[in-house]
Design a protein. Structure first.
Length: 425
């Protein structure tokens, strides 16, 4: 941001150079400036203090599961089908159906877009008029014969041709049993496990240089830690922005996993930014609460949390510290429609990525990390969780190499439990 007389003015700018990528050799060389045990190296790129989505959702999942760090019940599962993740997703039976025509106040034929899920003897409420009717017979894939005025509201003309009706369940007569069994079919869903690799490469000059701040071991350990931090940040980005994809590169296959925002776009989407009010925001956040868990995460762009805090009553937004086995997590919790939102301002949902005005609703119980499991050439079992692999066959007295490696994908179910909202204009 430019300044006038020492005060900020104009559009947002910075005199600090943008982050830049280079090589590990150049990084270590750049630190070989002084031969002094008093020299301290400060790495400004570390982001370990930021409260990220994966850190939070894993902690919440473990806390909700009794704080058992070894339990995989809510947040982590393993797969033997690398690189594929497969599951069947089954929806609930329809409770609200759509009319396909108007009705007079005495008509006994009700035409629906589809009669699937309707049984003889069911009670149906016509939403427009609040009249209840009884189903006598299901005549076809679209037509019902009904008895009108089954309750306190008499037969009333229906004028909305594409109006809705609500199924109220079977009102079985005496001695009746064995109606048709209703159900819902499973839908095949898939995703992929993605392989993440970040290399560490150190030569003997790096190891033995006399100009490494007086503490060669610390600098090399920091290089290992920095590479791991970068590795985890890339996984975080994929879990947030990734989209399912596969292809070949150099004649070999590769796979990319699906992130939460891709699923949120499939769920409930809404732009309420033009005239944001507490009622509009409450309504938008209430809809996904009808599906999945009543404890959800609200991933907020950098401009979203202030807008929400300004709209809601202080009694609805409060800070809560969640504790468990080796866990201590402080979150801001918003109570909406009988459910809870844990609000997180995600560091990667900023203006640089065009996400500062948006919020994503993520259902805790319907998001799971999937790690593959298998065996190495010696028959030793291993899984895809983050580990450092020392590359002995590529290392010698002059050079040491290794890789931080993670194989992980997502299993994200029930998209209606998720949402993607534009909050700020």
């Amino acid at each position: 941001m430019s300044t006038t007389n020492g005060y900020p003015s104009g559009s947002e700018t910075s005199t600090v150079a943008a982050p830049a990528s280079s090589t590990m050799a150049a990084e270590i060389t750049s630190l070989e400036q002084f031969d002094s045990t008093e020299m301290d190296i400060v790495d400004i790129s570390y982001a370990s203090g930021k409260q990220k989505f994966l850190q939070t959702i894993l902690a919440l999942g473990r806390l909700r599961n009794g704080g058992d760090l070894k339990s995989q019940g809510l947040t982590e599962i393993v797969s033997e089908n690398f690189p594929n993740i497969q599951w069947l997703e089954q929806d609930e039976e329809a409770k609200v159906l759509t009319l396909n025509g108007t009705m007079t106040n005495v008509a006994t034929t009700m035409v629906l877009v589809s009669t699937v899920g309707v049984l003889p003897g069911m009670m149906i409420r016509i939403n427009e008029t609040n009249e209840n009717v009884s189903v006598t017979t299901v005549d076809s894939a679209t037509n019902l014969t009904v008895v009108r005025g089954q309750g306190s509201i008499t037969g009333t003309a229906v004028t909305i041709a594409s109006g809705k009706v609500t199924l109220l369940g079977l009102a079985a007569q005496a001695g009746y049993s064995n109606p048709d069994a209703l159900g819902s079919t499973g839908s095949q869903k898939t995703n992929y496990i993605q392989t993440f690799i970040d290399s560490v490469d150190v030569n003997n000059f790096n190891q033995m240089s006399a100009k490494i701040g007086g503490n060669k071991k610390k600098v090399l350990m920091d290089a290992m830690g920095k590479a791991r931090s970068e590795h985890m940040q890339k996984i975080e980005m994929a879990m947030l922005y990734g989209q399912k994809a596969t292809g070949t590169r150099g004649g070999q296959p590769y796979y990319a996993t699906r992130g939460v925002l891709d699923v949120c776009r499939e769920g409930w989407t809404s732009d309420i930014s033009s005239s944001l009010t507490r009622i509009k925001l409450d309504e938008a956040l209430s809809t996904p609460m009808n599906y999945g868990s009543t404890s959800k995460i609200l991933l907020c762009g950098t401009r979203v949390k202030p807008a929400i805090s300004e709209l809601f009553y202080s009694s609805q937004v409060h800070t809560e510290t969640l504790t468990g086995d080796n866990l201590n997590l402080t979150v801001e919790k918003l109570t909406v429609n009988g459910g809870e939102y844990y609000m997180i301002q995600h560091p990667y949902m900023d203006a640089n990525r065009g996400m500062e005005k948006y919020a994503a609703v993520v259902d805790i119980e319907n998001f799971k990390l999937v790690y593959p499991t298998g065996f190495d050439i010696n028959g030793k079992a291993y899984n895809g969780k983050t580990r450092f692999e020392y590359l002995a066959n590529e290392s010698n007295h002059a050079r040491q190499r290794g890789d931080w490696v993670t194989h992980v994908g997502t299993k994200i179910t029930n998209p209606n439990a998720f949402a993607f909202l534009k909050i700020v204009a």
